[in-house]
Design a protein around this ligand. Structure first.
Ligand SMILES: Nc1ncnc2c1ncn2[C@@H]1O[C@H](COP(=O)(O)OP(=O)(O)O)[C@@H](O)[C@H]1O
Ligand SMILES: [Mg+2]
Length: 351
């Protein structure tokens, strides 16, 4: 994780949204030229030094929509809540929170639905960046007083008050969970005119992700990112992508967002069958993502999960880290068998 760039972190939401607009424009431009993920973790050839006596190598910060993750996360860390709305549509408790400084985030609390584990969203974000991707919205842990959440409920969401009280796990009046930076506009993605998570849409992108398939220019950007998504979901063992609107896209249909990863991880070395089935439907992959998977080391995973753990007790248990690396090995074994059959250029078809 890029961690040493500290300037400009204390920004209000309004400023951040300006920056994001600019970032979005750049992202759209970049997507037109090269719809693959921007490379991150580039270490400058010459270390940049702050003091002559203290050489501090500065890594390029990881980004989302053209803006450094840390810049987007800073305003979510301690500003008081002004308004809370219930996000309908999903099966778990998910809230939209507005903060006094103008920032906005999605909040997933620890809840009685034991499958939805908020710390895992933060892990998914960090692993996403560790692999050089910029597709999971930046996420951090935070805790709130239950009374602060309930006291800011929007009138339209007051109906959910009893459910919030019953299902959010509290300890001494506090609720712990995860904040994901709020993507201002999301919409349904389409391939061949079909929604990407409909039966027809899945059949379409699966067809385009077969070796040798000709992909129409119109759909190329999304298809490449779907390939990254199914590979990523296998690595993190995410069973919850293709139902419930967890694969959404930008307004211009060029950026695919990997949203809602709270059911991921666990200790299955062969991955959740759902994640595995989607992955094995795919035969073409990004050359740079596969190269990054080959170099990924356990120490990097541990390091990425070492900092900023509060208010969680931990991010992943040892068996979960081992299982993640086993899934990486299995993913590469599958991709290498395809390469032996069809050749590298046919399989590593995307940049
Ligand atoms: N980071 C975000 N940016 C924008 N909208 C979001 C974000 N997170 C969640 N949402 C909205 O809230 C809905 C429910 O969130 P989700 O995390 O999918 O919860 P559930 O577990 O209930 O499916 C999403 O379908 C989306 O419309
Ligand atoms: Mg969801």
């Amino acid at each position: 994780m890029g961690g040493t760039v500290a300037s400009g972190l204390v920004v209000g939401g309004l400023w951040a949204s300006e920056v994001v607009r600019e970032g979005l424009a750049q992202e759209a431009q970049a997507a037109t030229e090269l719809p693959s993920p921007a490379p991150v973790r580039v270490r400058p050839a010459t270390p940049i030094t702050k003091h002559t006596e203290l050489e501090v190598p500065v890594e390029t910060p990881t980004m989302f929509l053209g803006v450094a993750d840390d810049v987007l996360l800073a305003p979510l860390r301690d500003s008081p809540i002004t308004e809370v709305k219930f996000n309908k549509g999903g099966s778990s408790i998910s809230l939209r929170i507005d903060f006094e400084n103008g920032a906005r985030a999605a909040f997933k609390p620890r809840q009685t639905n034991w499958q939805s584990v908020p710390r895992r969203e933060v892990v998914a974000f960090r692993i996403n960046r560790l692999l050089g991707l910029s597709s999971v919205p930046p996420a951090i842990g935070r805790r709130f007083q239950l009374s602060e959440i309930l006291g800011a409920l929007h009138p339209d969401s007051r109906f959910f008050r009893p459910r919030l009280k019953a299902e959010m796990i509290q300890k001494d009046g506090w609720v712990t969970g995860e904040l994901s930076w709020w993507i201002p506009v999301i919409q349904r993605g389409r391939v061949d005119g079909f929604e990407i998570d409909s039966m027809e849409g899945i059949v379409s992108w699966k067809r385009y992700l077969a070796v040798g398939a000709k992909i129409p220019d119109r759909d190329l950007a999304l298809i490449q990112q779907i390939s990254n998504m199914v590979l990523f979901d296998f690595i993190i063992s995410n069973p919850d992508r293709w139902s419930g609107g967890n694969a959404r896209v930008s307004e211009d249909q060029r950026v695919l967002y990997f949203m809602d990863n709270t059911l991921s991880f666990g200790d299955r070395p062969d991955g959740h069958p759902k994640a595995r089935t989607y992955f094995e439907r795919c035969q073409t992959f990004s050359r740079s993502l596969v190269a990054r998977l080959r170099t990924l080391e356990e120490s990097e995973v541990r390091q990425a999960l070492e900092r900023d753990v509060e208010p969680f007790d931990f991010f992943l248990r040892d068996p979960e880290i081992k299982a993640l690396l086993s899934r990486r090995d299995r993913a590469l074994a599958y991709i290498d068998s395809l390469i032996r059959q069809h050749g590298e250029d046919a399989v590593l078809a995307f940049p």
